[in-house]
Design a protein around this ligand. Sequence first.
Ligand code: ATP
Ligand code: MG
Length: 782
Amino acid sequence: MTTTTDFLSHLNSSQRQAVEHFCGPLLVVAGAGSGKTRALTYRISNLILKHRVHPENILAVTFTNKAAREMKERMQKLFAEQVAVSRYGKPFEKLAAHEQTHLRSHVYKEYIKELWVGTFHSLFSRILRFDIDKYQDEKGRKWNRNFSIFDESDAQSLVKEIVTKQLNLDDKKFEPRSVRYAISNAKNQGISPQDFEREQPNYRGRVIAEVYNHYQDRLAANNALDFDDLILVPVKLFEQNEQVLGYWHNKFRHILVDEYQDTNRIQYDLIRLLATNGETRKNEWDWRNRSIFVVGDADQSIYSFRMADFTILLEFQENFGDNLPDEDTRTMVKLEENYRSRENILEAANELISNNSQRIDKVLKPTRGAGEQIYLYKAEDEIAEADFVVNQIRNLESKHPEMHWGSFAILYRTNAQSRPFEELLVRRGIPYTIVGGLKFYDRKEIKDVIAYLRAIANPADTVSLLRVINTPRRGIGKATIDNLVKASQELSLPLWEILSDETSVNTLAGRSAKGVNSFAQIIRYWQEQLDTVSPAQIVQGVLEDSNYVKDLQTQGTDESLERVANVQELYNAVLQFEEEHEDATLGSFLASTALTSDLDNLKEGQTAVSLLTLHASKGLEFPVVFLVGLEQGLFPNFRSLDDPASLEEERRLCYVGITRAQERLYISYARERRLYGSREPAIASQFLGELPKELLTSGKQTRVVSNSFAAKSRSTSTGESRSTSVGVQNWQVGDRILHKTFGIGEITHILGSGNKVSLAIAFPNLNQKKIIDPRIAQLEKV
Ligand code: ATP
Ligand code: MG
């Protein structure tokens, strides 16, 4: 094995400094694309190759499992290159194929296999496999090493069972998903069932505390942990048992964390315990042969909804290196060159993020030529937007030999936005994948609603009937369902014939009969309407009658609200289908969806266009990026419009999105977007006004930049009570207005500035806020 470190020539001097630093704490802060992840990967290699650190003494935390895999692959390549020279006296690429294969597997066995690289969850569940038997919780509950990991749906079923069977409570009042959410939140803040009851002594609080208590009992009885436990239990175990902590502290002499700005307090506790053994490290001696190395960018902190807290990054030096001499130079390295993006893209990102007040200014210099201007496209609506994007992808792919489908990424704010893009990509035969998520028609809520529709269009479809007979819950138990199915098999009758006959149901279903009958009634009613009403009306009716959306809304979690958005997007899909097909029927719509979901299996080795949310795009890069749906209320999202801190997080998200692009960036928005089935005028995102005008182009098709939105302005503010003049009107927060369709409302916010003002108006009739362009909508003050 060689000690050559010529691979360090792939790094700039600051990166080298970070990589070569051996002991003690080190924080690398730098903007997007500056080579933080590369520095982290090379640092691991350097520890092994130069400092002879054993791979099993290294722990590296990545944000996703995919990132962990990629990091290992990169290291395997790097090691193979190094070893090739010392072993064979020639570079890796000059070796014969069998030598290369041999070397790769040698490197894997010798170095990569022993490395601990992964997400917090995967690494710490591994630690628990060794030591969980030494842990007991505050009530003396114990687990053994074969513990199961309950995923979210297992955890919810458990909560449901406790609510309905053990405590005999109404699961409509104590909806399992929202109870589970409350428990998870409590666990993540270290709140025990007893504390929970003390903090929320009302009836609901007491009940949830009781469910929580049983829930923990049941997890223990099943020798199971949920996702939260995978982080929490190690913290408690380390605090409880010095020997266990001592062992892992001794093992992991070098700890590395990527994307440190999205660490939460409990994850930080884990890292701190492991790195310091719970002691204060006062001097260099305390850090001999050990290090803690974290990299991050506070401007890319986008997971505050999962309790991530970027002040943990800002406090790193204080927490780990405060009393070391010469702390600034020794515990922090800044990287200032960006290697990823063309200069125009980078400058746009830098300008945008400079509008945030909660940040530390930093330098991010381009190393690549200016590149092309950023292309801005104003579409008529979301369908035209998808059409534009897919056409551009097709053109670029055919014109540029270096580009393939994998060169393109479409980034959006909410999952529901993927639908029009997916449909068009399928129609044009372009392969695509959804990164970090499911394709639209594979999402649970979409499958549920489609199952209702299939059951209505084709009652012989027993699979669909069974999928939704108790979704949302109608108190129909498994035994009842088994009874009904058995009867249909024994009588050789389709299940529907039994379900649709009240007398049979009353006989077979016992206490669940009411639920079964109400389900059958919904299906029957809409079957009767099939020939007289439109598919969209059926979808809307079924969603209402089944309480499907209402059920999700009452759960009120981020996840359930996202499902609502997806269901609403399905409704949009039906409307679109009707517009495109004069003779649309429910059957023809269902046939089209079946095709969309079927056509997409990637062939081995085939590359594909990536579709992903901005949140899932962190750390990734693509030659060509399409950032879509840049509209007020969508991105930035509605909730951030009256909350300055969330607005800054949205801006960070936009910064993440822009900085994913290497060569070209396209930004689009629609003039009108179908939301909840009705067409709403949309307003360009305020972020667009924050991008330098000279970097943008709208090509030949449209002249967006010059006409449609205000030049770069830093005065866009939200939530302030200020007045502005649009035409003759002088709008003020608090004004009551009359809108032709929506009726009386009250202005809650004035958005934008100059001649591009829009109003957020709360309409009590609709129980909803809407963003309205006062010049289009003709509002009257009342
Ligand atoms: P992010 O903040 O988005 O996670 P990052 O700081 O982790 O970005 P990397 O992904 O490590 O940045 O690097 C961005 C790109 O620049 C990668 O393609 C990487 O290979 C390349 N790169 C990094 N450092 C150098 C360098 N010294 N010379 C040339 N290319 C580099
Ligand atoms: Mg990175």
